[in-house]
Design a protein. Structure first.
Ligand SMILES: O=C(O)CCC(=O)C(=O)O
Length: 261
């Protein structure tokens, strides 16, 4: 395995739009495996993305094509408690505008210390009224993605206020340094596997429009949505430009700088 790129000397890094320095961002990201960026989406962008996400997930009241039910248990009817969809930007102009926005890519490149590719976008939909079934178990993204090195960054943007009650994301600080963690099936028939951690995750409640930016090896999950409304999020995933996926070069994945208008 190629080792992760270590944070470079931060002295040359410039201020970010939120006033926090890129150096402080990098320090937090490489210390905890996650960093919070506030005010990444305007209220209008949140409203527009909610419309796009609802359209992407549901068609005439039923799950649309390409929607994955992460709460699925083999042999049981679909519960539709925790839904995911990938690559919305390829068919939705509002999502495409997020992929092409000029401000996020330099911030992500500053975190990873070099050029990045867009690996995917994806959206998570935690439905209301499904209780425990909408919980997302602790996992490492790279358990599924097989990127080498695993230096990929998810910019997870809240489309609803994410709270303890509706299942905000939780992260195990420092777990991005643990390498590949064993995952096992939490129960018979579950589609997702769960990682074990002796260290408690830290909950990150954030308002709609804020982002949580995590490394692909950071253990994370989210609690159940116990409220009467959905908890939605839209995320962009960037990977180091020279990484491989399942041993193959990633030249088919666009360089993020080329997508930016
Ligand atoms: O939205 C969530 O609850 C989980 C997000 C997640 O697992 C991810 O962005 O990798």
């Amino acid at each position: 395995m190629t080792p992760s790129r270590q944070p470079a000397d931060a002295a040359d890094l410039t201020s970010t739009s939120t006033g926090a320095t890129a150096a402080a961002d990098r320090e937090a990201f490489w210390r905890d495996g996650v960093v919070r960026w506030d005010g990444v989406l305007t209220p209008q962008q949140v409203a527009d993305l909610r419309i796009s996400v609802e359209k992407a997930f549901f068609s005439a009241g039923r799950p649309a094509e390409g929607v994955r039910d992460l709460s699925e248990r083999q042999g049981e009817p679909l519960d539709l408690a925790l839904l995911q969809k990938v690559d919305l930007w390829q068919s939705d102009a509002t999502c495409e505008a997020q992929v092409r926005r000029p401000d996020l890519v330099p911030r992500v490149e500053a975190l990873l210390g070099g050029p990045v590719r867009l690996f995917r976008d994806h959206s998570f939909y935690k439905a209301a009224g499904k209780g425990e079934r909408s919980r997302l178990v602790l996992h490492q993204d790279n358990r599924y993605w097989h990127l080498d090195p695993p230096d990929a960054v998810t910019v997870w943007m809240a489309l609803d206020d994410a709270t303890l009650e509706n299942g905000c994301v939780q992260y195990v600080h420092g777990s991005h340094r643990w390498g590949r963690v064993e995952h096992t099936r939490p129960e018979e028939g579950a589609v997702l596997v769960e990682a074990h951690s002796d260290q408690e995750p830290v909950a990150y409640p954030v308002p709609a429009g804020s982002a949580l930016v995590h490394h692909a090896n950071t253990l994370h999950g989210s609690g159940p949505n116990l409220t009467s409304g959905p908890r939605r999020a839209y995320a962009l995933v960037f990977v180091r430009a020279d990484a491989t996926v399942r041993g193959r070069p990633m030249t088919d994945f666009p360089l993020a700088a080329d997508l930016v208008k």
